[in-house]
Design a protein around this ligand. Structure first.
Ligand SMILES: Cc1cc2nc3c(=O)[nH]c(=O)nc-3n(C[C@H](O)[C@H](O)[C@H](O)COP(=O)(O)OP(=O)(O)OC[C@H]3O[C@@H](n4cnc5c(N)ncnc54)[C@H](O)[C@@H]3O)c2cc1C
Length: 268
C-alpha cells in the first residue's frame, strides 16, 4: 500500500531524502526480525533527533497510521514487525553515547547504541552495563529496554529493568516526557521507567536512556561443574546463590545443548 500524498509530504517535512524510504526493496529490509514473521512497511524513517521522533508520532497520529519502532531486529518474538503496515522508525542512526558519568555511575545514551559498543566505551572507565543478551554485538539499547533483555549475568545483576535509571520518551499522542532519576534512590512518583521497560514499543517510543553502571570485577574465574541430573544441578545453583558472594553469570547446558555445541565446534 502506498502512502497518502499528504502523509508523505508531512514525513518529507521532518526527514531529509536520505532518512526516508518508500522504495519497496528498502522497505523489505525492515519487514522481518529474528522471528518467522514478515510484513513490509509502507515507509521506513531513520530519526537522528528526539524532536524528529516527536514530530513523527504526531504525524502518524494525525493520519491514523501505525508506527513501529525498530532497533536492530534481533528479537525473536516478531515485536519489531510492522504487522499493520505503516511506518517503521529505525533507530540505527540515533546511536550516540551522550555522557558517561563515572562519579555518579551512569551513562546517557540514544536508543540506537549497540550494546557491545556501549560495553567497549565503558571498559576503559572500569564499568559495564549489566544486561548482556548474547546478541550484544548487534542489538540496540532501545531494543534491550523494550524487550527487558537479560543474559547470563541476570542471575547476579538482574535484567534490563534493574539497570535503567531514567528514560526520555514520546507517547502515542506525540507528547514527550521524562521519567526516573539518575540517582540510586528515586522514591517519588509512579515508576514509569519499569512500566516502559518490556513494553515492546507499545506504550511509548524511547529517545534517550540513563543507564545504571556497575564496576568491573578486578578478576574473574570460570568454573565448569558436571552434575548427574537436572535436579542435582538446580539444587547446587540454589545453594550457590544463597552464598554471600555469588557468581557473576551462570549458564546451564543439558545433553542436547552439549551435543549441538560439539557438533558445531568439536571437542575442546
Ligand atoms: C543470537 C541472539 C541471542 C539473544 N540472546 C538473548 C539473551 O541472552 N537474553 C535476552 O533477553 N534476549 C536475547 N535475545 C533477544 C534480545 O532481546 C534481542 O536481541 C534484543 O534485546 C533486541 O534488540 P534489538 O535492537 O534487535 O531490538 P528489535 O528486535 O529491533 O526490537 C525489539 C523491540 O524493541 C522495540 N523498540 C526498539 N527500539 C525502540 C525504541 N527506541 N523505543 C521503543 N521501542 C523500541 C521494538 O518495537 C520491539 O518491540 C537474543 C537474540 C538473538 C538473535
Amino acid at each position: 500500500m502506498s502512502l497518502a500524498p499528504a502523509l508523505l509530504d508531512s514525513l518529507q517535512a521532518i526527514f531529509a531524502a536520505d532518512a526516508l524510504s518508500v522504495e519497496p526493496g528498502e522497505c523489505a529490509v525492515y519487514a522481518y526480525d529474528n522471528s518467522r514473521r514478515e510484513s513490509i512497511p509502507d515507509a521506513v524513517v531513520f530519526p537522528t533527533t528526539h524532536e524528529q521522533v516527536v514530530a513523527l508520532v504526531a504525524v502518524c497520529r494525525t493520519h491514523r497510521i501505525a508506527l513501529t519502532a525498530r532497533g536492530r531486529g534481533t528479537n525473536t518474538t516478531g515485536a519489531s514487525i510492522p504487522l499493520a503496515g505503516g511506518i517503521v522508525a529505525s533507530f540505527e542512526r540515533m546511536n550516540r553515547i551522550l555522557r558517561i558519568d563515572t562519579d555518579n555511575r551512569y551513562a546517557v545514551v540514544e536508543p540506537g547504541v549497540l550494546n557491545a559498543d556501549l560495553q567497549a566505551a565503558l571498559k576503559p572507565h572500569g564499568f559495564f552495563w549489566a544486561p548482556d543478551p548474547t546478541s550484544a554485538p548487534f542489538c540496540s539499547i532501545g531494543g534491550n529496554i523494550a524487550c527487558n533483555a537479560g543474559g547470563p549475568r541476570a542471575v547476579k545483576y538482574g535484567a534490563t529493568r534493574d539497570n535503567v535509571l531514567a528514560l526520555r520518551a514520546v507517547n502515542g499522542c506525540g507528547e514527550e516526557f521524562r521519567c526516573g532519576k539518575p540517582t540510586t534512590k528515586g522514591a517519588t512518583g509512579y515508576d514509569l521507567v519499569r512500566l516502559l521497560i518490556g513494553s515492546e514499543g507499545t506504550l511509548a517510543v524511547i529517545t534517550e536512556a540513563t543507564l545504571k553502571l556497575t564496576p568491573l570485577a578486578s578478576d574473574k574465574r570460570t568454573l565448569r561443574a558436571t552434575y548427574a541430573d537436572i535436579a542435582a544441578a538446580t539444587s547446587a545453583v540454589a545453594r550457590i546463590m544463597a552464598q554471600p558472594v555469588t557468581p557473576c553469570a551462570l549458564e546451564f547446558m543439558d545433553d542436547e545443548a552439549l551435543r549441538l555445541a560439539r557438533n558445531h565446534a568439536g571437542e575442546s
